[in-house]
Design a protein around this ligand. Sequence first.
Ligand SMILES: O=P(O)(O)O[C@H]1O[C@H](CO)[C@@H](O)[C@H]1O
Ligand SMILES: O=c1cc[nH]c(=O)[nH]1
Length: 285
Amino acid sequence: MVAESDLIINPDGSIYHLNLLPDDIAETVITVGDPDRVSGISKHFDSLEFKKGKREFITHTGFVGKKRITVLSTGIGTDNIDIVFNELDALVNIDFKTREVKKQLTSLNIIRIGTSGSVQPDIPMGTILASSYGLGMDALMNYYVHDLSSDERSLLDDVKTHFGHLKNINPYLTAASQNLLNTVGKDMVHGITVTAPGFYAPQGRQVRAKNAVPNFIGLINTFKSNQNRITNLEMETAGIYALAKVLGHNALSVNAILASRVKFEFSNEPDKIIEKAIKLVLERI
Ligand SMILES: O=P(O)(O)O[C@H]1O[C@H](CO)[C@@H](O)[C@H]1O
Ligand SMILES: O=c1cc[nH]c(=O)[nH]1
């Protein structure tokens, strides 16, 4: 039985932060960082069942044709992914009356539609990129037991060699759901997405505060392991892939590339690029 202090259920039967009831969640879930992007996706639904929200966690559930879909904002960062993924999983896999794990577990299909910056000169702004792996530079997975496949292990060994001089970072790496990568991510550019614990120095940006890691973009875009290279930077994918795997869900991250970090450019039409990613995902799920 999960303790009342560990799984917090609100007086109305909803889960603590997301404010959702078990029946509110579809088996296909789209996550976005920006709460305003939720309505940018649900406006394409054929019908909307409900809207709920608390803090940065806004949820719309509805239908595209006969397919029930939930869209949910996570806010920024893997600390929020910790909350969203544990609560999404509890909604489908814990019996809220008995507080016991259900005998029959549900695997959700979870697709992130996020924004991101490219670190490769041949991946321009406007690209829609599916993350083949999430490589976390944040600390989230230091707190969870997680296993690696032999592919993930050998790629992570190469990562640790390349980034070994960064003594305070313990990177973690998880593959996308191969099924979602080959369907929703079909024909998109694929690559390793680095998830950073910040937007500025943790992604190699410098405004006034000085960076402790010199030439961070050059360091990450020169990583190579067989056919794999690092393509882009954002702030949630690695946590999503790792916790989805730990909890038995399928995850894919689709990135609207708004910035070219090697050309020092940021898009002046971000909404157009995000809309392209949304339409592609909705056509394919
Ligand atoms: O557009 P979203 O989904 O929020 O994603 C990206 O944008 C935010 C930073 O501006 C971070 O959350 C990053 O991952
Ligand atoms: O460069 C970028 C663009 C969007 N989101 C990020 O986290 N980084």
